[in-house]
Design a protein around this ligand. Structure first.
Ligand SMILES: C[S@@+](CC[C@H](N)C(=O)[O-])C[C@H]1O[C@@H](n2cnc3c(N)ncnc32)[C@H](O)[C@@H]1O
Length: 349
């Protein structure tokens, strides 16, 4: 087998590694005399350094082990404890809400919507949830409290919220912003029962129901609520058989609740009221983010064809992921396969 030794400089001195035949082309560029490289122009050098930097991180033992350690550390941090997607939404939206919002006028078109309108719609959503809280003296458990927007609304109403989230970034944020509020840092399914049993007049799951494992969550709801307490939930549910979407199938959920002796005190379909937010996100994703990404890849292909070639599968995967994510917020697909419900439920026995 032909092997080539590549030598590079690092802060700790020169490093060398042995590359197999598949990587021959790269060392050949690197070993060109300075004059030859100059004649090819800086583009060649840039391409080479991109490829070299990627390869260095793949093949050098030091980088290889660092990579494995990083991979291990992240594998042990399940997404639920450090959700970067939700952190991104929180950075974009200043209202401390991570929900789809509630637009009173469902006909609003995305070109006429501003970020401030979205924040206002999210606050309206929280108001509608808070209005359903019937017991104003007992503590209210906000399951999946996100960045604490609903906590703020409840405090303003003189209620006693308790914030629960497994996500350490959200917990840090809520703790700093609402220092007087009790905080429970855990998944709902792992809440310590002895500390919380029959403590709550209301439990709220605002767009967090879809993350809960119902087998464990349903008996817990009953044990955490005081007798006569209510569970308020708002979330999107799947209607029909489309498997790729997240959330529970509405018909299954409804059947299961009735079978477990829960009664729907309130059942409102707010699908049209969340659609303007989806139209807005879809417009930005489809009309701005997607062409931006396409432009960046085209530029990479033109300026650094070799790097583009090496990264071809990664690029394909990124494009596929982008399409998938956009499909999830496609308003027409959402209306065809989902419904968004605001619910209040009570145990009957
Ligand atoms: C879409 S956000 C909604 C945030 C907030 N309720 C709102 O309306 O703005 C979903 C929330 O559920 C939380 N979550 C995810 N899995 C959970 C679990 N197993 N138990 C409790 N919360 C969970 C997330 O960390 C996040 O806070």
């Amino acid at each position: 087998m032909t092997v080539v030794t590549v030598e590079t400089r690092s802060p700790s001195g020169p490093e060398s590694t042995i590359l197999g035949p598949a990587m021959l082309e790269i060392p050949l560029i690197l070993s060109k005399k300075p004059g030859a490289a100059m004649r090819k122009g800086t583009e060649t050098l840039k391409t080479a350094s991109i490829i070299q930097s990627i390869l260095k991180r793949i093949v050098y033992p030091r980088h290889f082990w660092s990579g494995i350690m990083h991979q291990r550390a992240m594998a042990h941090t399940a997404r639920v404890y450090d959700d970067s997607q939700l952190s991104l939404y929180a950075e974009i939206l200043p209202g401390d809400f991570l929900n789809l919002g509630h637009f009173e006028d469902p006909r609003l078109q995305p070109q006429d919507i501003t970020l401030r309108d979205i924040v206002r719609a999210q606050a309206r959503h929280a108001e509608l949830v808070a209005e359903l809280i019937a017991d104003s003296t007992s503590p209210v458990l906000d399951v999946g409290c996100g960045m604490g927007g609903l906590i703020r609304v409840m405090l303003a109403k003189g209620l006693s919220p308790v914030a629960l989230s497994p996500d350490r970034n959200q917990i840090r944020h809520v703790r700093a912003k609402y220092p007087t509020v009790t905080i429970v840092e855990t998944k709902f399914e792992d809440i310590p029962l002895d500390e919380h049993i029959h403590r709550y007049g209301t439990i709220v799951t605002s767009e967090s129901l879809r993350y809960l494992k119902l087998d464990r969550a349903l008996p817990l709801m009953e044990k955490l609520l005081k007798p006569g307490g209510r569970w308020i939930a708002c979330d999107s549910f799947r209607v029909g058989e489309e498997r790729s979407r997240s959330g529970y199938v509405w018909a299954d959920f409804e059947r299961r609740m009735v079978r477990s002796d829960w009664r729907f005190v309130c059942q409102r379909d707010h699908t049209p009221n969340v659609v303007p937010t989806l139209r807005f996100v879809y417009m930005w994703g489809n009309d701005i983010a997607r062409p931006g990404v396409r432009f960046a890849f085209r530029k990479l292909q033109r300026k650094h064809p070799r790097a583009y070639y090496i990264l071809a599968e990664v690029i394909e995967a990124i494009n596929g992921r982008l399409d998938q994510n956009l499909d999830l917020v496609n308003p027409d697909a959402f209306v065809a396969h989902n419904k968004y419900m605001l619910l209040s439920m009570e145990k009957t026995s």
